[in-house]
Design a protein around this ligand. Structure first.
Ligand code: IPM
Ligand code: MN
Length: 364
């Protein structure tokens, strides 16, 4: 089959890790007889430098016309001025909003050979396999008003956490559908003891839950969830939550898997039911790591696993996705590690070598 994929490497280490994911996709294409046309463009700081905006309209249009978007990372100290008119992150937020990518899936899976690469005790992280469903186009990130102003008594700023019932309903459905494909348990995370938007969230999730009598629903407060994540993470399977809560909890959860360099994500415009394809954007959950840019040391696995999610959710190629995930496991079993997951007794490799080892397994 033929597919078109938008490739937006972005800033910092983005281009390096994305290049390895493209190698792996090409290897999968060769093996199974698919052809991928990659359409590259600038985003984030790179686009600000070249065009003065973090995301051009034509880039958004180009992305809409493709089967999926592969994204690296954006940001860096040179664009960090708090008074700047535009920031690299605006490009990513505009893509999420502009492509209607309301459902962000962040799987956290602890692989047995990396159990001792974390700062937590191996017996705490052993067997952890969860997916956090983060609402991605509403909540505190997008609510209005959102501004900063001067008053006679000093400066003030406001952000707004706002939800409409239909926004909660569709993300709750994503949670329930995934739970149905997994352990039939859903944890909905909110702050309903304090926030009104969370009280609406909790009501709507319960209403949707009536359509899923086979799924056990548990409500958890976000502070409590932050604790449970490191206290007894094995209890969690599918977690659904607000945009900002999901942002914070998934950085925390990434530490269970040893490194942010291991965690992929999929941002989808539809509800992932088996056998249905959704348009989506796929990116590692880590940032642009400007200090390591161009050094060929960063871990490309998060981006490669994101490419596997792209194959599964946007192209409907589950077998190919499974093969890529198996290749990652197999290269780790062979003892190869980038610096972030390196331990004595393993073999240290750079970004490109890790990508080539995985692509070679995919092609075998
Ligand atoms: C993430 C990132 C982004 C976010 C930034 C880069 C805007 O931290 O994808 O988790 O906050 O959503
Ligand atoms: Mn984040």
């Amino acid at each position: 089959m033929e597919f078109t994929i938008a490739v937006l490497p972005g800033d910092g280490i983005g281009p390096e890790v994305v290049a390895e994911a493209v190698k792996v996709l090409e290897a999968a294409g060769r093996r199974f007889g698919h052809s991928f046309e990659f359409k590259r463009d600038l985003v984030g700081g790179a686009a600000i430098d070249e065009y003065g905006v973090a995301l051009r309209n034509e880039t958004l249009k180009m992305c809409r016309a493709t089967d999926a978007v592969l994204f690296g990372a954006v940001g860096g100290p040179q664009w960090d001025d708090p008074t700047a008119r535009t920031r690299p992150e605006d490009g990513l937020l505009a893509l999420r909003k502009g492509l209607g990518l309301f459902a962000n899936l962040r799987p956290v899976k602890v692989l047995p050979m990396l159990e001792d690469s974390t700062n937590l005790k191996p017996e705490v992280v052993r067997g952890v396999d969860m997916v956090v469903v983060r609402e991605l186009t509403g909540g505190l990130y997008f609510g209005r008003p959102k501004r900063q102003w001067r008053t006679s008594k000093g400066r003030r700023a406001v952000d707004t956490m706002a939800y409409a019932d239909w926004e909660v309903e569709r993300i709750a459905r994503v949670g329930f559908e995934l739970a149905r494909q997994r352990k039939k348990k859903l944890v909905s995370v909110d702050k309903a003891n304090v926030l009104e938007s969370s009280r609406l969230w909790r009501q709507v999730v319960a209403e949707v839950g009536r359509e899923y009598p086979d799924i056990e629903l548990e409500n958890m407060l976000v502070d409590s969830c932050a604790m449970r994540l490191i206290q007894h993470p094995i209890d969690l399977d599918v977690v659904v939550t607000e945009n900002t809560f999901g942002d914070i909890l998934t950085d925390e959860a990434s530490m269970l898997a040893g490194s942010m360099g291991m965690l992929p994500s999929a941002s989808l415009a539809g509800i992932p039911v088996t056998g249905k394809r959704s348009h989506g954007l796929y990116e590692p959950i880590h940032g642009s790591s400007p200090k390591r840019a161009g050094m060929n040391v960063s871990n490309p696995i998060a981006t490669i696993l994101s490419a596997a999610m792209l194959l599964r959710h946007s192209l409907g190629l589950s077998r190919e996705a499974g093969l890529v995930e198996g290749a990652v496991r197999s290269v780790l079993e062979d003892g190869y590690r980038t610096y972030d997951i390196f331990r004595d007794g393993t073999k240290r490799v750079g970004t490109a070598e890790m990508g080539e080892l995985i692509a070679a397994k995919v092609g075998m």
